[in-house]
Design a protein around this ligand. Structure first.
Ligand code: ZN
Length: 496
């Protein structure tokens, strides 16, 4: 049965047997300093999906919360597939094309440029995804859930279909063309997430409020208007920390809007669709590995981090694949932030300090790790201490994660979130695998973008190639990387 549990306070949301929504933790109280984030608790059945449908929401449907909910309310697998195809057709009508597996291939040019002479750098190219970035994956998973939920008269406010045939399909057709009684969707974003939300909401015919900063590009605002989104411009207030768009988004949600966003702390379901990225990477690598190298694995994944949903999704997607036997160990996860704002790196360092104070080699012999790599390797060997300290961190949130104090600036403006909302899953993923966070400056971000475009021909933007900037920095610090299979995600297209 589909069930979510809060990793902060332990509250459970038994979606399968109640009308409760697994968005935010029901136990969350203002100022309680607990990191309330819901994770799916029931384990989707294996094996890891091997069908080759080009649409990831069909190929990996058995692992999706929306699929579990649909089956739970009496729809058949075939009807769920029909729901995905219908919505995908509408996405294609709105945005030119629907969802397809995006490329994941090694780039010999990048490997040569970075001096990875005996290794490979694999690029997951999301620039051709719906709305030009990975964000649409998160929101497609969420929309499929909302449409499945409408079958039981959920937030869509639609009556259940009395017809036995095409149960979800009938509701979907109703849903795609009727907006009466629906709670509006809401999102705070200045770029890719807003556009993706506009496309998916437009495809479903669902009203949406988008909260953007004054600095949002005119092109983005114009496109949102074409998509019939209600755009609200939010001003930053002097002396008030935190993102004003996010604050107004929260007000809208409190007033009844559905959090249709890419922050796992505001809607746990946004992680679900994002996992398809990791699953596709694993499927593509396995296809290739069978042909080329037998039992080789991905050794490291570099992910740019703003709000944290992309990294959290990828970490959790790999964990699913490990549990289902599709891989036999996790890659090391490296999170990449800019020198403009690095709240995740700050949180990781705070957790690391506490862990090291309990590591016997440090406490008893006065050992001091000489590098980030050495520190990460040392901590990785003490999973019980990691368990303990992550539990502590999740119940003392403000000691680890808090809004960045200064108004952040960087050329990679898509990862300038004041807070890494989904921070704990990403810190946990790094600690357990021996990866660590990297902070890169604008010069390196610019170099990485030039190299990315020249070596791959992909018109990725600076945010999208920020993971590569982190890898460029890391190859000088971690000699293993030159001989390994390393992955980066080019997360969004350059629209300029
Ligand atoms: Zn909670």
């Amino acid at each position: 049965m589909l069930t979510y549990v809060c990793v902060g306070c332990g509250a459970t949301v038994p979606v399968g047997e109640s009308a409760a929504q697994p968005f935010r933790c029901p136990g969350a109280r203002a100022g309680d300093d607990v990191d309330h984030v819901l994770w799916r608790e029931d384990e989707p059945p294996g094996p890891f999906p091997q069908n080759e449908d080009a649409n990831p929401f069909i190929r990996y449907r058995a692992l999706l919360a929306a699929h579990a909910l649909a089956l739970g309310v009496g729809a058949s697998d075939a009807i769920f597939v029909q729901l995905v195809r219908e919505l995908d057709d509408e996405v294609a009508r709105v945005d030119g094309h629907g969802f397809m597996e995006t490329p994941f291939e090694p780039s010999p040019g990048l490997a040569e440029k970075l001096g990875c002479t005996t290794g490979e750098i694999w690029v997951k190219d999301e620039t051709g995804n719906v709305a030009g970035s990975h964000k649409a994956r998160h929101l497609m998973g969420l929309m499929l859930y909302l449409l499945a939920d409408s079958r039981r008269g959920g937030l869509a406010g639609l009556p259940e279909s009395s017809e036995d045939t095409a149960v979800l399909g009938a509701t979907t057709r109703l849903g795609l063309h009727g907006t009466e009684g629906r709670h509006p969707l809401a999102i705070a974003s200045c770029g890719n997430a807003a556009l993706a939300a506009g496309v998916i909401a437009g495809a479903a015919g669902w009203p949406i409020d988008v909260f953007v900063p004054r600095s949002a590009s005119a092109a983005v605002v114009e496109r949102l208007g074409q998509l019939s989104a209600d755009v609200h411009t939010c001003d930053r207030l002097d002396g008030v920390p935190g993102d004003p768009c996010h604050a107004l988004f929260r007000v809208a949600v409190t007033a009844g809007a559905i959090p249709f966003c890419c922050q796992g702390s505001d809607n746990a379901l946004t992680i679900d669709g994002g996992k398809t990225l990791a699953w596709e990477m694993i499927s593509a690598f396995r296809r290739s590995a069978r042909r080329l190298w037998g039992a080789s694995r991905l050794d490291a994944v570099f992910i740019q981090v703003g709000g944290g949903a992309l990294a959290s999704s990828i970490v959790q997607g790999f964990c699913d694949a490990l549990r289902l036997g599709a891989i036999d160990r996790l890659p090391r996860f490296y999170a990449v932030q800019t020198s403009g704002a690095y709240p995740l790196k700050r949180a990781y360092d705070s957790v690391a300090d506490r862990i090291l104070e309990r590591v016997p080699l440090v406490v008893e012999q006065g050992f001091s790790p000489a590098s980030d790599r050495e520190r990460a390797e040392l901590m990785r060997n003490h999973p019980a201490i990691i368990d303990d300290e992550m539990r502590f961190a999740r119940t003392h949130r403000s000691a680890f994660m808090r809004p960045w104090e200064k108004h952040p600036h960087s050329i990679a403006h898509g990862i300038l979130d004041d807070e890494t909302y989904d921070w704990a899953a990403v810190v946990d993923g790094m600690l357990r695998t021996g990866g660590w966070p990297l902070v890169v400056c604008d010069d390196r971000l610019m170099d990485a973008n030039v190299i990315a475009r020249q070596a791959t021909g992909i018109t990725v933007d600076h945010t999208g190639s920020a993971g590569l900037a982190g890898l460029m920095k890391a190859v000088g610090l971690d000699s293993r990387l030159a001989a390994e299979h390393v992955a980066v995600v080019f997360s969004g297209i350059d629209r300029t």
